[in-house]
Structures are given as structure tokens and as C-alpha cells.
Design a protein around this ligand. Sequence first.
Ligand code: HEC
Ligand code: HEC
Ligand code: HEC
Ligand code: HEC
Ligand code: HEC
Ligand code: HEC
Ligand code: HEC
Length: 382
Amino acid sequence: MKRGYVFLVSLVIVAMVFMYTDLASVSLIAQAPKSEAPKSEATKPETFPATMQTEGYVGREVCRECHVENHTLHSDHGHAHTFALASEDKIASKFVGREYDYGKPFGRYRYFQDESGVNVRLPEEDDAEFPLQYALGSGHNAITLLSLAKDAEHGTVAYEHRGSWFRDGDRIGRTPGQPLVAPESELERFGMKHVNNVMQKCIYCHTTTGTVVDQQIVGLTANVNCEKCHGPGAEHVRQARAMKEPPPFSVGADIWDSESEIQLCGDCHRLPEAITLKELREYPRKLARFQPVGLLRSKCFLESDGALRCTTCHNPHKTISAVKESEHVANCIQCHRVKSETHVSCPISPSDGCIKCHMPKYDFKSLGTGFHDHWIRVHPED
Ligand code: HEC
Ligand code: HEC
Ligand code: HEC
Ligand code: HEC
Ligand code: HEC
Ligand code: HEC
Ligand code: HEC
């Protein structure tokens, strides 16, 4: 009992630290560790910034000039393919010519392409048409379509189309996270409406730069590219071209600490602030989707004095599908060696199989994928 209490208290403290970080400064996220931000900035803003800065960005091809290896690795990562125009072949080919029956009260969607791009219509209803603009998701698991439209009340809103493509079965199915309620407007027959911050953040998490202006994304750099994590690179490139040893730059420089890194990844992979307190307390299985939330309550994190961070186990440039099981085990064993003086080792299986027992994968059927529970622990069912 007492142990559980102490654990919860430390969790709440960790959660509070993250709850009050400044979302408004996300565009500068990689410039300095968050923990060094002045106190006055540590309030949570009411709204998400409407604009993402585009000044000082050079694009990932420029980084290739000197960082070939990271550039090559990143090219295979989901991060590098998570946003596209619906009219690009790799997206259009998954929808055009197909039909998908969503069922009542929506109807049967039929996808087609013309000179305006990819569209969907409801042939069995009133044959109404709707243009499909952007595609989110690399398709490693799924692709969801998003269109911006004019709205009397909000100016611009986004409609998240109701049909998504799933790799599993190469099929179109229901877009996850959309409650089955009767559409309240013509356009809602085609998609769930997102306004303000929800619309902005949806684009924010899948792109490097871009600002919604009049139903378009202006200054769009698609995907989670180098400069999303590292910040604008123009000055670093200028210095690196002028001297052999440029001054420290961004993430990867020595001043970068583990808390800032968990903030960086957690900005998109979700921190405790994105979770209800009830869920944080009860930790239902679905929270496995949000790796930082689980990691932050692991003893591996809490008891290793800042030594454990996402990049202890993940090369941030390398797709997870290219990492071997043995590499994951080696990550655990760097701390949990048999006869280590500083860490305990496993009495059941000291040198293999760690992940399936201590970080099991839970399937999320509606998302067409699964997630590994990053609350690393001894599971009762083991
Ligand atoms: C700007 C938002 C953002 C940030 C910051 C971010 N991610 Fe991601 N991450 C995503 C999105 C979006 C996807 C889904 C990519 C797709 O469509 O396949 C993803 C997917 C992943 C995947 C699975 C896909 C693959 O190919 O391996 C891993 C692993 C991952 N991220 C790790 C990290 C780590 C580690 C960090 C911090 C160093 C991080 N991410 C920071 C948005 C982000
Ligand atoms: C807080 C950041 C964030 C927001 C907001 C967000 N995403 Fe994502 N998205 C992610 C991350 C991280 C992943 C990868 C892991 C996961 O699925 O949780 C992802 C994965 C996806 C995938 C699956 C990609 C694949 O092949 O694995 C799709 C599709 C997607 N998001 C669409 C959307 C749409 C549409 C919206 C807005 C309505 C949205 N996302 C809002 C961060 C975000
Ligand atoms: C999802 C966030 C993310 C993206 C995208 C990303 N990086 Fe990184 N990068 C990091 C983090 C975090 C570190 C620090 C890694 C560590 O400390 O082990 C890092 C380290 C580095 C380093 C120094 C260490 C090393 O690996 O040589 C370089 C150089 C680098 N990144 C270049 C790039 C380039 C070039 C791209 C685009 C092709 C890129 N990064 C994309 C997060 C990212
Ligand atoms: C003209 C060559 C050049 C270009 C272009 C370049 N870099 Fe670098 N970069 C360097 C050198 C040299 C270093 C220091 C030595 C090292 O770590 O490789 C460095 C270091 C880094 C580091 C490690 C942090 C540090 O200070 O040690 C990161 C992260 C990084 N670069 C990211 C990027 C990103 C992102 C881009 C593209 C926007 C980029 N670089 C473009 C030459 C370049
Ligand atoms: C940076 C070091 C570090 C790494 C890497 C690490 N751990 Fe740990 N882990 C710890 C510490 C510290 C503890 C607390 C016990 C101790 O002192 O060894 C712990 C505790 C545990 C426990 C007991 C948890 C509990 O609630 O009783 C398990 C199980 C565990 N780790 C498994 C793993 C697995 C599996 C991996 C790899 C996926 C891993 N650890 C990676 C440092 C680490
Ligand atoms: C102790 C090691 C360890 C640490 C630390 C760690 N991960 Fe993981 N992560 C793993 C393993 C193991 C997998 C599963 C790999 C596989 O077999 O697909 C994984 C998978 C993932 C995936 C793919 C989706 C999933 O859940 O299977 C994402 C995204 C991810 N991690 C993000 C993060 C982020 C963000 C952090 C930091 C908050 C982090 N990880 C810290 C070991 C770790
Ligand atoms: C077949 C499932 C299984 C595998 C595989 C496994 N473990 Fe364990 N592990 C357990 C169980 C069960 C316990 C709890 C044992 C107990 O309390 O008697 C445990 C305990 C632990 C502990 C806590 C030990 C302590 O003294 O508190 C650590 C650390 C750990 N495992 C790490 C690992 C690592 C690292 C690996 C991979 C090299 C691994 N485990 C592989 C099931 C497994």
C-alpha cells in the first residue's frame, strides 16, 4: 500500500511538471532544454499558436550534404512520410476507383479523381461530392484524409474524412475515434468536423511547418523532418559551411537533457497532460499508445536519475521496423546486467525475451496496429 502511495505521489509530481510547460513555444522546442525556460513562460496558453514559423528553415535535403547517414535512416522512418497531398499517386492509388459502405446514416462512398484532384461522392444519396485534400499517416499502418473548408462561425475548419485506408487487408474502413452520431450538416456526411486547436494540432503533429490560411496550408513543409526536432537550421548550416567545428546546435548537443527530450517526443506521442487524471490513475491498456506516459511511471525512468530517455532505446532517425529484437534486449542489458553492482537483473530470464514479458504489445484493432506498453514492469499475468 505504502509503496503504491509513494509511487503515485512521484507520478503526480512528474505529471505536474509537464502540465505547466509552455505549448506556445513549441516552434522553438529544440533550441534549448525546456527546463531552462524562464519561470514567467511556464503558464499553459489557452490556444495553440495559429502560425508556425517558417523563417530560417532550409529543408532536409540541405542537411544531407553533411549528415548523409541520418538523412538516409530518416528517409525510411514513418516521420518522413506522414503527410501528403491526397492527389499524390501513393495516396490516390489507395482510394480512387474504390467504394466504401459506411452504413447508415452516411451511405456508400465512391472515390474518384479528376483535374481538381481526389474526390468522394455519395452516389446512392443525392450524389453530393466532396474534395479530399490532405493525407495523414505514412500508411505503415493507416492513412486518413483531411480537407479544409469554409465555415460561417470559425472561418476555416477541417473535415476528417470518415473512411481511412488500412494496410492490414489493403482496405478502406472506419476512421478511428469518430463517434457514430448523425451528421449535423451537409459536409459532416463526409467527415468529422475539427475546429481551432484540434485542427491546428492535427496538422502540427504531422508536419514541419505550415499555417492554415483560407482553407489552405501556407508555407507547408510536410512530415516530421529534421528541423521539426532540431529547429530551423539556416544558421547552423551557415556556420558549418564557414568552419570545421561549428558551435553546438540543438538536440544532440551536450546541453540536451533527458527531460527536454521526453518533452520533445511527448509533444506528439503524448505527455500526461494529454490524458485525463482518471486514466492516469487507472492506466487502462489503451494508454499503451502514449509511450511517454508509460515510460514516466516506470522504475527504469524514476530510479535512474535522468539516465533513461527515449533515445536510450531509440535512434530517433531509424524506423522501429528496422530494429532487431536482439538490439532491444541489448538496450535493457546495458543496465540490467547479471552481477551488476548498480542494477538488479532478471531472475527469470537474464539475457533474452525482455520485451514480450515486460513491455508487451497490445493490439489496437480499430487503428490497425499495436503498441508496446512503455510502463516497464513485472506484469501480474507473467
Ligand atoms: C512533430 C510530432 C512528432 C515528434 C516531435 C516525434 N514524433 Fe514520432 N511520430 C510522429 C508521427 C505523426 C508518427 C506516425 C508516423 C507514420 O505516419 O507512420 C510517429 C511515429 C513514430 C514511430 C513509429 C514509426 C517508425 O517508422 O518507427 C517511432 C518509433 C517514433 N515516432 C519515435 C519518436 C521519438 C523517439 C521521438 C523523439 C525523439 C519522436 N518520435 C518525436 C510524430 C512525432
Ligand atoms: C499530438 C500530436 C498528434 C495529433 C494532434 C494528431 N496526430 Fe496523428 N499521429 C501522431 C503520432 C505520434 C502517431 C503515431 C503513433 C500513434 O498512432 O499514436 C500518429 C499516427 C497517425 C496515423 C497512423 C499512421 C500510421 O500509418 O501508423 C494517422 C492516419 C493519423 N495519425 C492521423 C491523424 C489525424 C487525421 C489527426 C487530426 C484529426 C491526427 N492524426 C492528429 C500524432 C498526432
Ligand atoms: C523525431 C525527432 C528528430 C528528427 C525528425 C531528426 N532528429 Fe536528429 N536527433 C534527434 C535527437 C533526439 C537527437 C539526439 C540523439 C541522442 O542524444 O542520442 C538527434 C541527434 C542528431 C545528430 C547528432 C548525433 C548523430 O546522430 O550524429 C545529428 C547530426 C542529427 N540528429 C541530424 C538529423 C538530420 C540530418 C535529420 C533529418 C534527416 C534529423 N536529425 C532528424 C531527433 C531528431
Ligand atoms: C555544411 C555541413 C553541414 C550541414 C549542411 C549541416 N550540418 Fe549539422 N553539423 C555539421 C558539423 C560539422 C557538426 C559538428 C560535428 C558533428 O557532430 O558531426 C554538425 C552537428 C550537428 C548536430 C549535432 C549537435 C552538435 O552541435 O554537435 C546536429 C543535431 C546537426 N548538426 C543537425 C543538422 C541539421 C538538422 C541540418 C540541416 C538543417 C544540418 N545539421 C546541416 C555540419 C553540417
Ligand atoms: C538506464 C538504465 C535502465 C535501462 C536501459 C532499463 N532499465 Fe529497467 N530499471 C532500471 C532501474 C534503475 C530500475 C529499478 C531497479 C534497479 O535499481 O535496477 C529498473 C527496474 C526494472 C524492472 C522492475 C520494475 C518494477 O516495477 O519492479 C523491470 C521489470 C525492468 N527494469 C525491465 C527493463 C527492461 C525490460 C528494459 C529494456 C526494455 C529496461 N528495464 C531498461 C534502469 C533501467
Ligand atoms: C527501455 C527502452 C525504451 C525506451 C526508454 C523507450 N522505448 Fe519506445 N519502444 C521500445 C521497444 C522495445 C519497442 C517495441 C519495438 C518493436 O518490437 O516493435 C518500442 C516501440 C516504440 C514505438 C512504436 C509503437 C509501439 O509502441 O510499439 C514508439 C512510437 C516509441 N517506442 C516511442 C517512444 C518514446 C516517445 C519514448 C520516450 C518517451 C520511448 N519510446 C522510450 C523500447 C523503449
Ligand atoms: C518469461 C517472462 C520474462 C522474461 C523473458 C524476462 N523477464 Fe524479467 N521478470 C519476469 C518476472 C515474472 C519477474 C518477477 C520475478 C520475481 O519477482 O520473482 C521479472 C523480474 C525482472 C526484474 C526485477 C528484478 C528484481 O530483483 O526486482 C528485472 C530488472 C527484469 N525482470 C528485467 C528483465 C530483462 C532485462 C529481461 C531480458 C534480458 C527480462 N527481464 C526477461 C519475467 C520475465
